[in-house]
Design a protein around this ligand. Sequence first.
Ligand code: FAD
Length: 290
Amino acid sequence: MKISDLIVSGVPSVSFEVFPPKTSDRFESVASAVEKIAALKPNFMSVTYGAGGGTSEYTLDLAEKIREQYGVESLAHLTCVSSSKETVRERIAAIKNAGIENVMALRGDLTPELEKTDRSTWAYAHATELIADIKELAPDMCVGAACYPEVHPESENQKDDIFYLKKKVEAGADFFTTQMFFDNSLLYNFLYKIREAGITVPVVAGVMPITSAGQVERAIKLSGSFMPRRFVSLVDAFGPNPAAMKQAGIVYAADQIIDLFANGVNNVHVYTMNKPDVAAGILSLVREML
Ligand code: FAD
């Protein structure tokens, strides 16, 4: 089923993101964690993709398992940075053959490793081009794309960022999922601005539960997200106690989700980091609202 049909306006839902293993010997243990997360029956599950294609097979294998064996609709991520047109054609054919109906079309981060590769073989500069190619190669595919309530780190300003979001919709994006954010008012402000700009496709809010002090720095580095004072105090107080930090992180994420639902942002995607207990903990705090 298409994600665009699953994220029904006015109906609260929670979906989960998982990531594939880097090596085959880790596949079974990741699949086992993913099965436990799928058993919680989220609205759908997405599987990330290593930019540059490192985990490409495992992304598809996991997305197929989620759909066929665990009975949850899946969304396979695909990045285009450093890819050739031929690689993208092959990946789309493989996704279609696996019976997957949903693709998250991303550029991927320009990592230092990728920067060292031969750019003359790169066929894509931005996700917009990938979205257009997917829609041409697989017109029935439901295509998601990324958006950034706090502006993408490479953008000069929010106006430019929103201009290019519009281009993603024109290229065929059916919905957006946001980068993580820790202050809901930033999302509400962003939603107001994109609706003003005429972007009407559904937006799924991405929520990242921070369950260990070590995760904080990584999350900020990855997303550039603003950490509200309330969140910083929580990490300061409970960071040294892993069990307390985990509980506080679960409650903070659930609190964000409850506020989103209360303000009409009904579709929330939780970055579970392959942790079934975190996914279950959050769901137990919002279950009655679904
Ligand atoms: P783009 O849309 O290309 O945007 C990148 C920058 O270029 C922005 O500043 C944008 O404003 C600008 N821009 C966009 N279009 C144009 C244009 N046509 N002309 C000029 N400028 C333009 N990374 C992974 O490697 N694997 C994943 O599975 C993954 N999943 C993600 C899921 C979500 C929900 C999010 C939010 C991010 C994810 N990422 C993933 C990270 C993502 O790859 C990075 O944030 C990357 O830096 C940008 O990807 P993008 O698709 O938004 O790129």
